[in-house]
Write a protein that binds this ligand. Structure first.
Ligand code: ADP
Ligand code: MG
Length: 240
């Protein structure tokens, strides 16, 4: 009987997941379609045009990130491990999230130490991790605010901190972070943070959360650093 129930539960989960993916991908596609149609209007000002384009791009990114979250949820392991220059990966991510922050009146402040910081990981997963943290931070500031991103190396670890001036979280909410489908948002998937946790874990890292209701939240991820290129000695050892 237990086996039977397990089987049923699994089936229900699969169909639930299929339904929610469809819903969460269809919504942004509809938004994008609408804004592309609006762009036909010959009387639009440049400012309006740019706003419509930003909205369409943000919606497409939303669909893309929902799909990535489900894929990582299904398979959290790293596939192609590379040496990542975190400064570079951070700059790339900020470019992606900039239109979303701008549309929400969020001002991004980037504070990086001068020297580069390297970790072993997977580019796409690192971007996904940062995008999810930044998205949550922006979503926690419905009336705009300040988002500070810091990168530094400390005690052999790369430390990335994402701090917002948003709503903050209760202890109970902090406790539930990282569990699937936990969301306080009307249209949330509740997968973003759990995907962040699983990616950081796959990169042998840790996460720290500090939050105060009405003040804001700070997420720090700490991942062991690596050297930019393996030395000749290490190569010989690993091939012997
Ligand atoms: P979703 O964003 O779809 O709700 P997440 O897993 O990304 O799912 O986040 C889960 C919940 O954690 C959010 O609904 C929110 O309540 C809380 N949360 C995460 N990040 C923050 C933040 N920076 N500020 C306030 N609450 C947050
Ligand atoms: Mg989220």
């Amino acid at each position: 009987l237990a086996k039977e129930i397990g089987k049923l539960e699994k089936l229900r989960t699969v169909s639930d997941i299929a339904a929610s993916i469809s819903h969460e991908v269809r919504n942004p596609l509809t938004v994008t379609r609408g804004f592309i149609q609006l762009l036909r209007d010959p009387n639009l000002t440049d400012k309006e045009k740019n706003r419509y384009i930003d909205t369409a791009v943000v919606a497409l990114d939303q669909a893309e990130s929902t799909i990535s979250d489900y894929l990582t949820f299904a398979k959290p392991t790293l596939e192609h491990i590379n040496i990542l220059d975190l400064k570079k990966e951070l700059a790339y991510t900020l470019k992606i999230v900039e239109p979303f922050a701008t549309l929400n009146d969020v001002h991004i402040i980037e504070l990086c130490q001068d020297t580069n910081v390297y970790i072993a990981g997977e580019e796409q997963k690192m971007h996904q991790c940062l995008v999810n943290l930044i998205k949550n931070a922006v979503e926690a500031m419905p009336h705009g605010g300040k988002l500070t991103i810091r990168l530094k190396e400390q005690n052999g670890k790369a430390v990335i901190t994402v701090t917002d001036t948003g709503t903050g979280m209760t202890d109970e909410q902090i406790e539930r972070l990282g569990t699937p489908y936990f969301s306080t948002k009307e249209k949330g998937t509740g997968l973003g943070t759990m995907v962040v946790y699983s990616i950081v874990k796959a990169m042998r890292g840790e996460i720290k959360v500090e939050s105060e209701i009405g003040k804001g939240t700070s997420f720090s991820i700490m991942i062991p650093t690596t050297k930019p290129f393996p030395s000749l000695n290490e190569k010989i050892v690993s091939y012997s």
